[in-house]
Design a binder for this molecule. Structure first.
Ligand code: ATP
Ligand code: MG
Length: 355
């Protein structure tokens, strides 16, 4: 096997393709514009920002390719449409769009030979359960990949149980396994504050292992941490290493009763069911009441999904009592009776007494 003896590098300033002899920590000038680069390894080159003595760098305006507004990668539109199709989440959609645009402009700036502001791609998601954090993390996994921020479109989902072990010395191994799985994509840590606040103290070992990996694999590991707002703020502030890496917060609001009705309708439509319009006021009233009654414990979209499953079970039981052929229309229709049955089932007692 022959070992590598040269390093190839495209100059960030003038885009000249350079081939230099391998020499760790040695500095080499760009053959065209004289900008100095230092080799950190066979695949890593540092732009020193300096220019070889006696060489006058051509002005950026002359050397840089014309800065055109960045075009959206062609395959980005469908995934942005998927984000847009989520019910509600207005703030989140705006922030994700802004972040995407910022990253695209940074890439265009790099191409034009300008400095890169090194926007952090690590994120903190705050919000109550079922507000769409995992759904949006998966969408961001796709967006990041399609705009070239990550190598792979994968999102590895984990939580405290997936990172912390019960015995001394095992936590670092378990956390490293999750990190290795996520390499090239996104590691999504749900209820991340529990690493700091709960249990046997091994959570700190998990945080230290994570921070070290984020440093060692900068550029190839993106981390999203998620959980309740207050707990997450305490978690991030508990450790300067976390605070310096996680500075983009996306807050997921609780859904309103109307949005929960729309989520139900969407869940139904996605599975070829149709909710009877007459049932909607019943659902709206139920969601308003549950939002008020359960407060921070309310599980939002997850609650809507559970209710939907109960509704289609009620429909199936009703249709099961039917004799004769079932039309496609009746197989699709979820009526007020099914909805009332489902509300009784989800409350565990007769509805509306459950209120
Ligand atoms: N905006 C939305 N539009 C449509 N469906 C949604 C939306 N938000 C959530 N859901 C539904 O609610 C379910 C829960 O969403 P998700 O798992 O993304 O929430 P989460 O915030 O990660 O919850 P948790 O904190 O409990 O992990 C999903 O399966 C999805 O069907
Ligand atoms: Mg989740």
């Amino acid at each position: 096997m022959t070992s590598k003896t040269t390093v190839e590098h495209v100059c960030a300033h003038c885009h000249h393709f350079n081939v230099w002899p391998l020499g760790k920590h040695a500095s080499f000038p760009c053959g065209a514009c004289g900008r100095l680069y230092r080799q950190l390894g066979s695949n890593r080159v540092l732009d020193t920002g300096e220019v070889r003595e006696g060489f006058r760098l051509p002005s950026k305006a002359a050397s840089a390719p014309k800065a055109e507004p960045p075009k959206l990668p062609v395959n980005l539109a469908p995934i942005l449409a998927q984000l847009d199709a989520q019910i509600g989440l207005r703030n989140v959609k705006t922030q994700v769009m802004e972040l995407t645009q910022l990253c695209l402009i940074q890439q265009a700036r790099t191409k034009a030979g300008l400095g890169n502001a090194n926007v952090s791609k690590h994120l903190v998601f705050t919000g109550a359960p079922g507000t769409g954090k995992t759904t949006v993390a998966r969408i961001i996994g796709e967006i990041y990949h399609r705009i070239g921020l990550t190598r792979l479109p994968k999102v590895v989902e984990t939580d405290r149980a997936g990172m912390v072990a019960a015995y001394v010395g095992q936590t670092a191994l378990k956390t490293t396994e999750r990190i290795t799985e996520a390499m090239g994509g996104i590691l999504f840590i749900d209820e991340a504050y529990s690493l700091h606040e709960q249990g046997n103290g091994f959570g700190k070992e998990a945080i230290d292992t994570l921070l070290k990996a984020m440093e060692d694999h900068r550029g190839d590991l993106c981390v999203i941490v998620a959980g309740y707002p207050d707990e997450m703020t305490r978690f991030i502030r508990s450790n300067p290493g976390l605070e310096s890496r996680f500075n983009s917060f996306l807050h997921f609001d609780n859904y309103t009763a109307s949005e929960l009705c729309s989520i139900l309708k969407k869940l139904a439509a996605d599975s070829d069911y149709e909710l009877e319009d007459k049932a909607m006021p019943l659902l709206q009233a139920h969601f308003s009441e549950e939002l008020r009654r359960q407060g921070a414990q309310f599980s939002n979209g997850r609650y809507a999904r559970n209710l939907f499953e109960k509704m289609i079970t009620s429909q199936a039981l009703r249709l099961g009592r039917h004799t004769g052929e079932l039309s496609s229309r009746s197989l699709k229709a979820v009526n007020t009776e099914d909805v009332s049955q489902a509300l009784r089932a989800i409350c565990g007692k007769p509805y509306p007494a459950c209120r």
